[in-house]
Design a binder for this molecule. Structure first.
Ligand SMILES: Nc1ncnc2c1ncn2[C@@H]1O[C@H](COP(=O)(O)OP(=O)(O)OP(=O)(O)O)[C@@H](O)[C@H]1O
Ligand SMILES: [Mg+2]
Length: 348
């Protein structure tokens, strides 16, 4: 059994302007001890996916349909009591901005100990010892002294280490890290990633790493899910996604990564603006920005297709290539012959 199974998850926000379909049919699995990356531009639905799993959505947000199973237990529709146990004991999250999740009026030690006491049966003195241990684990120097300090006395990188310590305090099965390094400069970023990597090996927990940076993913992740406009456009092992991208959006993301030795060369951001979730097009959501879009792309979404054992993508270009080289047989695509023929072969 998979540790976490997310199936056809739909989450929306019901706003005055209408229904914002932030997550639109997302499915993925996470095995024990593995690192899964969720990648995509701002607004693609990464955080909402994580918040849906934790059920900590804004009041206007709701899981509309789908299933989230943790160790076989269905979480969609379960009681708040069950979710309280899940949060903290089984899954914990490091939020995008550490400053908003630390309370400025309490010492770091107090906050760490509270987190430990809340989620375990430990006494105050045991919690103190564990808090010290956690700070050591995340490489905070002079932990005794640091315990007595307030968040403003910590640098950004140090605060992020504390957040990691806090998230680990309850020894979760799954650690979700939502852009844990965006607010930090590059050197500190690398240190934090290195730290998470070694903690993961030491403690054997599974990690969901949320980022807009495919470079981060390549360093850390076993599996990668690429999100665009609330849907998964491509999914596979990190190696497949990195060396054999099969969706035009992923290819664009890869072109926008600075590579070693590329100092001075211009990065290529993906042109065009991200989608308006209130007015989703009927075709591929990326089609309006895709330089290779064909007629069918604007009219119909490509189903998820298997590229190989370790890789799936929803991009019509793969179908076109497959038809051309004979590796795809029309009958297997589930799409009527004429529609495909007439639509696919023309670029807009
Ligand atoms: N409370 C809310 N009310 C209405 N819409 C929301 C709300 N929270 C998120 N959204 C919308 O849902 C979409 C997905 O948001 P989400 O925060 O998951 O993006 P993200 O991929 O995490 O982006 P970022 O990289 O900027 O963190 C966005 O278009 C956002 O505007
Ligand atoms: Mg986010």
């Amino acid at each position: 059994m998979q540790l976490l199974e997310v199936k056809d998850l739909h989450t929306s926000f019901f706003t005055d302007a209408g229904e914002v379909k932030a997550v639109n049919g997302v499915s993925f699995n996470l095995d024990r001890g593995k690192v899964l990356g969720i990648v995509g531009e701002s607004g693609s639905g990464k955080s909402v996916t994580a918040y849906s799993i934790m059920q900590i959505l804004a009041p206007t947000g709701r899981i509309v349909s789908g299933s989230i199973k943790l160790d076989g237990q269905e979480l969609v529709g379960c009681s708040e009591k069950v979710m309280k146990k899940v949060r903290g004991n089984k899954i914990s999250i490091i939020f995008q901005d550490p400053m908003t999740s630390l309370n400025p009026t309490y010492t770091i030690g107090h906050q760490l100990m509270e987190a430990i006491i809340l989620h375990t049966n430990r006494s105050r003195s045991e919690a103190y010892d564990q808090a010290l241990e956690m700070l050591r684990l995340v490489n905070v120097n002079e932990p005794q002294k640091r315990m007595k300090q307030y968040p403003f006395e910590f640098s950004g990188g140090m605060r992020q280490r504390v957040m990691i310590a806090m998230a680990l305090a309850c020894e979760p099965d799954i650690l979700m890290a939502d852009e844990p390094t965006t607010a930090l400069d590059v050197t500190i970023q690398a240190q934090i990633l290195e730290l998470m990597h070694s903690l993961q090996e030491e403690l054997g927990m599974a990690i969901i790493m949320i980022t807009h940076d495919l470079g981060v993913v390549a360093q850390m992740c076993d599996e990668v899910v690429v999100m665009y406009a609330g849907s998964i456009c491509e999914q596979g092992t990190a190696e497949e996604i990195y060396y054999n991208p099969c969706h035009e959006y992923t290819k664009g993301l890869l072109r926008s990564i600075p590579s070693a030795g590329s100092a001075g060369t211009r990065l290529q951001p993906i042109s065009g603006t991200p989608i308006d979730l209130l007015n989703m097009p009927k075709g591929c959501p990326f089609a309006p920005r895709c330089k290779s879009a064909m007629r069918i792309c604007l009219n119909e979404r490509c189903p998820r297709m298997q590229i190989n054992d370790a890789h799936q993508a929803s991009c019509w270009i793969n179908v076109k290539k497959g038809l051309e080289d004979g590796s795809i047989v029309l009958a297997n695509t589930g799409i009527a012959d004429e529609r495909l023929q007439e639509g696919l072969l023309t670029h807009e």
